[in-house]
Write a protein that binds this ligand. Structure first.
Ligand SMILES: [Zn+2]
Length: 295
């Protein structure tokens, strides 16, 4: 049941683990403040690889889809969020030149109108005031991430329209739609310089050298949510996705204390808003709290 005097955030993600790498500290913060936070995971991550050398074992590969469901359940508990799978099949990340065709029946090949239906149903049932998703480039060019963006934008508009998907519940119009803007050039540079200042080699050197400034998205940031005290929660949730995250890898190259000092926010672009808000802002629920009577 949803209550009228409650803040509700819906985060739409492509695969299990994405919720822990994008906006996780924001979610943990709002949960701690009493909001309801629901993660919608579009696919089961069935075509993901095993990215942690310690987990690259035959017994893991054998039951990877089931393991990813278990990992998701642990991350969900750590973050304190609710979570639902939308039931689509991972498209995999096509590699090679030319790129191979996408596998039959995968999420990225489902037409938007059809692929958005379960999300419309979920929005009408959960009634979020705020939805977060990826930008039009998916944040990174995985076909499932781009499709996640497309269905989120589509469903944001359709869920409130009684003429669309009439069989999927009573209309509910969310008020704000955000795109994650976590991986910006200024943030990566700031972390890079902070790491170098401690006399340690930076894992971002090559990344930064290849970063075309024209592809930086930092000018789009409208909203910085201070959530540094929840970075350790985010990291614990990430580690719960043991097949996907190498604890020795780049995710953890910059100590949380350094991140808390150098870049204590998670950043977003307010892509749609039906409430008037002054920008920049530091709260995804700005303009909504007074409406629902929550401070
Ligand atoms: Zn993903």
């Amino acid at each position: 049941m949803t209550s009228p005097d409650q803040l509700r955030l819906l985060a739409v993600h492509a695969h299990p683990d994405d919720e822990s790498s994008k906006g996780a500290a924001t979610m943990a913060k709002y949960v701690a403040e009493g909001a309801r936070v629901l993660v919608a995971t579009c696919t089961g991550g069935e075509r993901g690889s095993v990215l942690n050398p310690a987990m690259d074992r035959p017994d893991v590969w054998e039951r990877l889809p089931q393991i990813r469901v278990e990992e998701m359940a642990r991350a969900r508990e750590i973050l304190g969020v609710e979570q639902e799978f939308l039931g689509f099949v991972d498209s995999g990340l096509p590699e090679g030149d030319p790129l191979p065709p996408l596998p039959d029946g995968c999420f990225a090949l489902v037409p938007v109108e059809e692929a958005a239906a379960p999300l419309v149903e979920l929005i009408r049932r959960f009634k979020p005031q705020v939805i977060t998703t990826y930008d039009e480039r998916g944040g990174y060019p995985h076909p499932d991430h781009i499709k996640t963006h497309e269905i989120s934008v589509h469903a944001f508009d359709a869920a409130g329209d009684p003429d669309r998907y009439p069989e999927l519940g009573d209309p509910w119009q969310p008020s704000k739609l955000y795109f994650h803007m976590s991986f910006t050039l200024p943030r990566t540079k700031a972390l890079h310089e902070a790491i170098l200042a401690t006399g340690v080699e930076s894992p971002y050197t090559e990344w930064l050298a290849n970063w075309d400034p024209a592809h930086d998205i930092s000018h789009r940031v409208t909203t910085r949510v201070p959530c540094a005290e929840y970075f350790p929660v985010r990291d614990a949730a990430l580690i719960a996705h043991a097949t996907q995250i190498d604890p020795e890898g780049r995710w953890f190259a910059c100590p949380p204390e350094t991140q808390q000092r150098v870049w204590p926010t998670e950043d977003y672009e307010l892509a749609r808003s039906l409430v008037d808000v002054p920008l920049p802002e530091d709260d995804l629920f700005t303009g909504i709290r007074t409406e629902v009577g929550v401070r």
